[in-house]
Design a protein around this ligand. Sequence first.
Ligand code: ZN
Length: 277
Amino acid sequence: MKVEFEGMEGFHRLKSLWKIEYRMVFMEPFLTRGVSDELVEGIGNLIHRRLPKDAVPLVMGDRAVLTGNAVKGVFRHIISAQLTQAGVDVCFQKVKVSPGASQRIEEMGRVNACQPDNPCFVCAWFGTSGRQGALHFSFLKSTKSINEILVGEPIPMVALAEDLNALVAKKGRGAFALLAPVKENTEFRGWITGENLSMEILGAIKEIADMSEKGFVRFGGLKTRGFGSARIEILKIEKFNAAPFKLEKSYEGSELKSFLEACQRKYHLLLSRGRKP
Ligand SMILES: [Zn+2]
């Protein structure tokens, strides 16, 4: 059902600016995709192995990184799916699905992509085609250098097409692939900036952090093989007045905790409105 949510205070009017600093600690090995030949060779040299492409983490300088876009996609997906389950109408992004599968998505209560002038909760904050969202996700960088966080011994794994295309066994070669992920307990740091954020969307972000504590939030490749779950911890939130630009409030420690809990209550109220007949 169509549910009212706290909208942005006008897309063209900048009232408040937000910076959310967070850390992500992986509970499982983590691997990103799409890297250059030089990088594969470089990492192979670090662990004295020849590795296939797509088997090593993305690196910038001497740090493993995770793109902001990857994080944004996971956040968007979880919030969309949760709102759908709660009976709050949100659109789904067009994906390649068979006619049968597409029907199932419709039945679950999702609707087609939003118009820019009338966005659903998810499009309002994450953007839609033709309209930029209000949330921006930074690169996440490992706090330690790549040679400290790479697994010591590459992980052999039976290659499957759906996991990593490049790992599919080549003719005349074994079906095993060697993977060199970042090891568990690796910490990454980054931030999210936002414009005119509501308590509801801040509460939704807190909700994801809570889910992540139990291992339900995953990033990178090989998720089905026990890779990529990470604990997200929000460290600090700063709220800035936009005109003139100045820090209005910085939340940390117990103050941050109670602020996030208040935001989460607002988000839970939004979820509960979806169930009303
Ligand atoms: Zn939408």
